[in-house]
Design a protein around this ligand. Structure first.
Ligand code: C2E
Ligand code: CA
Ligand code: CA
Length: 755
C-alpha cells in the first residue's frame, strides 16, 4: 500500500506543529499541588497553633485553680473554726469545766460532719491535748502531746497572744487570733489551723494565758483531692512527696509559709487542643484528599480536552497542508517550503530545482477504467515518486495528475537529470490498478534557482513552460527551462488570443474540401472538409498548430461547430456520396454532441447518410461513456464513422474487428513508403485484407505518386485521397471540380488552398 509510505514520508511536516501537551499542564499540576500543599500546611499549622494556645491556657487555668484551692484550704479551716471558737459555752466547757461529752459533740464530731475536718484537738493552756477527734470519732488521748506541726503552730499562736493579739481582737481591730499553715500530720500532707477559743459575751472572762486552743487538720491527700478534682474537673489528681511526675502531668508544689516544699500536687491536665487536633486532623486530611482528587480529576479532564484540541488542531493543520487522496503535501505546503528554500538561495546558499510533473494520457485511464482506477493509479504513482526522493526533497500533489518536487541544495543539473530519468523510467512501466493494467507516461519540466529566477511565481511559471515543452515533445520526457521556451510560450499565448478573435468574427477561417475518389475508376466519391486559418500577420497557420491550440484552450467545440455547419451548408448540395468532417475527441465527449449534429443536418437538409465523421483511434479507445453513446446514436441515424490516421495509434489488426466503424483511413506515413519499403507494403496489405474481412472499407490518404496509387488499387483499397488526385480546394474551386462531372479525379489540378 503506497499510501502508508507516503504518509510516513509526509510525517516530519506534522512534527513541527505536533502537540506539546505536557508543558502547560505540568505547570498547572505543579501549581495546584503546591496550592493544595500550602493550604494544607496553613490550615494544619493554624489548627495546631490554636490548639496549642488553648492547651496552654487550660494548663495555666488549672495551675491557678490548684494554687487557689491550696492557699485557701488552710484559711478555710480557720473560717470553719470561727463558728465554734467565738462562743461562751466553748470557753466554759473546755477551760472552766471540761465537759468531754459536750466537746465531742460540739467541737469534735461537728467539725468533722459539717466541715470535713479530719482531725480536731482541743489544747489546754499548756498546749496539752484535752480532747482529740480523728475521722469523726473521739480518740483516747495518750501522752497529751500534740502532733509536732500542730504544736509548732500552737506555739506561734501563744507567741502572738503574748504580743497582744487578743488585745487587738478585743479592741475590734482584728479577727480571732489564729495561725494556719500546711504540714505533715500522721505522715500525710495537711492544712492545719490553730485558733484560740474566746467568749462571745462579757459573762465569761478568762485571764490572759489561760485560753484553750482548737486545732483542726484537713488532709490534703484524700477527700480534699476528690473535692478538688470534682470542683475543677481535674483528672487523676494525687499528691507526690517523692517528685515522681510524668512528662504529661502537671504539678503544683505544696510549700509551707516558711518556704519548705513538702511535695507536689500532680494531675493530668485536661487538654482540649490535643482532642480537637485528633478529631480535626482526620477530617482535614480527608478534606485535603477530596480536594486533591478533585483537582487531579480536573487536571485529567483538562488534559484530555487539551489533548483533543491540540490533536484536532494538528489534524486540521495537516489537512490544510496535505492532499487527502495520497497524504502527500499539497500546493500550499510546497509553496511554504519553496519560499523557505528560495530564501536560502537568495542568501547565496546553494541552488534549488523546482520540478513539475504531469502524467500523460491520465485522462484516458480515468475515462476508460473509471475514476476509482484513476485514484488508485495516482496513489501508486505517489508511492513510486516518494521512493525516488532523497532526504530534503519535498514532493507535493498539486492537483489532478500534477505533482511537484522541490529539490534543495542541489549540486548541479546532473543530479536533477538523474532524478528525472528515474521518474520517467518508473512511470514507463505499467501500473497495476484495480486488477487491470494502465500505461501512462510522465512529462517533466524543471526550473533551477537562481539561474531561472529567485521569485516563487516566476520559478513556477518557468517550470510550467518547461513542462509544456516536454508535453509538446510527445511526453515521457523532461525539459529544463531555457529563455527560448519562454519566447515560444509567449507566442502561443498571443496566437491563442488571435484564434479567439478569429472565431468571433469568422472572417479569417475558411473550410476547404479535398476530393476522395473511388480507387476502381477514380470517380469522385466524397470530400473531406479541412479548416484553414489565415492569420492577418502570419498568414496561413497549420491546422496541426491551431487545432491543438483550440483543444488546449477550450475553443475546439466552437471551432468544430463552425466547420460542421459550413461543411453541411456548402457540401450538402453537392453530388457526392459523403462529406467527411474531422471531429476531435473533446467534441465527441459532449453529452449532446450527436443531438446537435443531427439537428444541424435537419437544419441544412443534408441526409445523415451523407455525413462521415472522422475520428482517431485514441478517441475510440480512450473515449468516455458519452463518446460511445454519441457514436452509437450517430450510426443509428445513418451517419458514417471513419477511423482517421489508422496505424499510428493503438492500431492492432485484431483490435480492428471490435471497432464499430464504417471506414478506416490508412495514415499518410504508411502510404508514403509504398514502393520503397516492403514492410510498409505488407502492413498496408494486411490492413486492407483484415478490414475487408470485417466489412470495413479502406481509404488511403496522402497518395502522391502513381506507384502508390497503382499499389493501392492492386490490393483492393476502396478510396484514394491525396495531392495526386487533388489538394484541398476552396468551395468555389470544388464546385468547378464537380462541374467537370464524369471526369475522374485529376492529378493535373493545382489549388493554392492546399496547406
Ligand atoms: P487529416 O485529417 O489527416 O487531414 C488530411 C491532411 O493531409 C490535411 O492536412 C491535408 O491537406 C493533407 N493532405 C492531403 N493529401 C495529402 C498528400 O498527398 N500529401 C500530404 N503530405 N498531405 C496531404 P491539413 O489540412 O493540414 O490538416 C491537418 C490535420 O488537421 C488533419 O489531418 C486533421 O487531423 C486536422 N484538421 C484539419 N481540419 C480539421 C477540422 O476541421 N477539424 C478537426 N478536428 N481537425 C482538423
Ligand atoms: Ca481527416
Ligand atoms: Ca488523416
Amino acid at each position: 500500500m503506497p499510501n502508508s509510505r507516503i504518509y510516513r514520508s509526509a510525517r516530519p511536516a506534522l512534527a513541527t506543529g505536533a502537540p506539546r501537551t505536557g508543558q502547560p499542564l505540568r505547570v498547572l499540576a505543579i501549581g495546584s499541588l503546591l496550592t493544595v500543599l500550602s493550604a494544607a500546611l496553613l490550615v494544619t499549622g493554624g489548627v495546631w497553633w490554636s490548639t496549642t494556645r488553648a492547651d496552654q491556657a487550660a494548663k495555666d487555668r488549672q495551675f491557678q485553680t490548684v494554687s487557689y484551692a491550696l492557699t485557701t484550704s488552710a484559711e478555710k479551716i480557720s473560717y470553719d473554726q470561727e463558728s465554734v471558737a467565738y462562743w461562751d459555752e466553748a470557753v466554759i466547757n473546755t477551760r472552766n469545766a471540761f465537759d468531754e461529752k459536750w466537746v465531742d459533740v460540739n467541737l469534735g464530731v461537728w467539725m468533722y460532719d459539717y466541715f470535713k475536718h479530719d482531725r480536731v484537738a482541743v489544747l489546754d493552756a499548756n498546749d496539752n491535748v484535752l480532747y482529740a477527734m480523728a475521722d469523726g470519732k473521739q480518740t483516747t488521748v495518750g501522752d497529751r502531746a500534740p502532733n509536732a506541726a500542730v504544736a509548732s503552730l500552737a506555739a506561734q499562736l501563744r507567741q502572738r497572744i503574748a504580743t497582744g493579739a487578743l488585745d487587738n481582737y478585743e479592741a475590734g481591730k482584728t479577727r480571732i487570733p489564729r495561725v494556719d499553715d500546711v504540714g505533715f500530720v500522721d505522715g500525710r500532707p495537711a492544712a492545719i489551723s490553730v485558733m484560740v477559743l474566746v467568749p462571745h459575751s462579757n459573762a465569761v472572762v478568762q485571764a490572759r494565758g489561760t485560753e484553750c486552743l482548737i486545732a483542726s487538720v484537713r488532709f490534703l491527700d484524700s477527700s480534699f483531692l476528690t473535692d478538688l478534682a470534682n470542683a475543677h474537673f481535674l483528672d487523676s489528681v494525687r499528691f507526690s512527696g517523692s517528685g515522681d511526675i510524668a512528662p504529661d502531668e502537671q504539678s503544683y508544689p505544696l510549700t509551707t509559709k516558711g518556704g519548705e516544699v513538702l511535695g507536689s500536687f500532680v494531675w493530668t491536665p485536661k487538654l482540649a487542643g490535643a482532642r480537637i487536633l485528633s478529631e480535626v486532623l482526620p477530617v482535614l486530611a480527608a478534606g485535603l484528599v477530596v480536594i486533591s482528587l478533585a483537582i487531579a480529576f480536573l487536571i485529567r479532564q483538562l488534559r484530555q480536552t487539551y489533548t483533543e484540541l491540540v490533536t484536532s488542531e494538528a489534524h486540521a493543520t495537516h489537512l490544510a497542508l496535505h492532499d487527502t487522496l495520497t497524504g502527500l503535501p499539497n500546493r500550499a505546503f510546497l509553496n511554504e517550503r519553496l519560499d523557505d528554500a528560495l530564501n536560502d538561495v537568495r542568501q547565496g546558499r546553494g541552488q534549488l530545482a523546482l520540478v513539475f510533473l504531469d502524467l500523460d494520457r491520465f485522462k484516458q485511464v480515468n475515462d476508460s477504467l473509471g475514476h476509482a482506477a484513476g485514484d488508485a493509479l495516482i496513489c501508486e504513482l505517489a508511492g513510486h515518486l516518494t521512493a525516488t526522493l532523497k532526504a530534503g526533497n519535498v514532493l507535493a500533489r498539486m492537483g489532478g495528475d500534477e505533482f511537484a518536487i522541490v529539490m534543495r541544495d542541489i549540486k548541479g543539473r546532473v543530479e536533477v537529470e538523474a532524478l528525472c530519468r528515474d521518474i520517467v523510467a518508473v512511470v514507463s512501466r505499467p501500473f497495476d490498478v484495480l486488477g487491470g493494467q494502465a500505461m501512462v507516461g510522465i512529462s517533466i519540466g524543471v526550473a533551477i534557482a537562481p539561474t531561472a529566477g529567485l521569485d516563487r511565481s516566476e520559478l513556477a511559471r518557468k517550470a510550467d513552460i518547461a513542462l509544456y515543452q516536454a508535453k509538446r515533445s510527445g511526453g515521457q520526457h523532461f525539459e529544463f527551462f531555457t529563455e527560448d521556451m519562454s519566447h515560444t510560450v509567449q507566442q502561443r499565448r498571443d496566437l491563442e488570443i488571435d484564434l479567439r478573435r478569429a472565431l468571433e468574427t469568422g472572417n479569417e477561417l475558411e473550410v476547404v474540401f479535398q476530393p476522395i475518389c473511388a480507387a476502381r475508376d477514380l470517380e469522385l466519391s466524397g470530400v473531406e472538409a479541412l479548416l484553414r486559418w489565415t492569420h492577418p500577420r502570419i498568414g496561413a497557420v497549420s491546422p496541426y498548430t491551431f487545432i491543438g491550440l483550440a483543444e488546449d484552450c477550450g475553443v475546439i467545440d466552437q471551432l468544430g461547430d463552425l466547420v460542421l455547419r459550413r461543411a453541411c451548408a456548402v457540401a450538402g448540395a453537392w453530388a457526392v456520396d459523403t462529406v467527411s468532417v474531422n471531429v476531435s475527441a473533446i467534441q465527441l465527449r459532449q453529452n449532446d454532441f450527436a443531438e446537435r449534429v443531427l439537428a444541424l443536418l435537419d437544419e441544412t437538409g443534408m441526409p445523415p447518410t451523407s455525413l462521415d465523421i472522422e475520428i482517431t483511434e485514441s478517441t475510440l479507445i480512450g473515449g468516455s461513456e458519452a463518446s460511445g453513446r454519441n457514436l452509437k446514436a450517430l450510426r443509428a441515424a445513418g451517419v458514417k464513422i471513419s477511423l482517421d490516421d489508422f496505424g499510428t495509434g493503438y492500431s492492432s489488426l485484431s483490435y480492428l474487428m471490435k471497432l464499430e466503424v464504417d471506414r478506416i483511413k490508412i495514415d499518410r506515413s504508411f502510404v508514403r513508403h509504398l514502393g520503397e519499403s516492403a514492410q510498409s507494403e505488407s502492413i498496408v496489405q494486411a490492413i486492407v485484407t483484415m478490414a475487408h474481412a470485417v466489412g470495413v472499407t479502406v481509404t488511403a490518404e496522402g497518395v502522391e505518386t502513381r506507384e502508390q496509387q497503382d499499389f493501392l488499387v492492386d490490393i483492393g483499397c476502396n478510396h484514394l485521397q491525396g495531392y495526386l488526385l487533388s489538394p484541398p480546394l476552396s468551395a468555389l474551386r470544388m464546385v468547378e471540380f464537380i462541374a467537370g462531372n464524369g471526369v475522374p479525379c485529376a492529378a493535373s489540378s493545382s489549388d493554392t488552398a492546399a496547406a
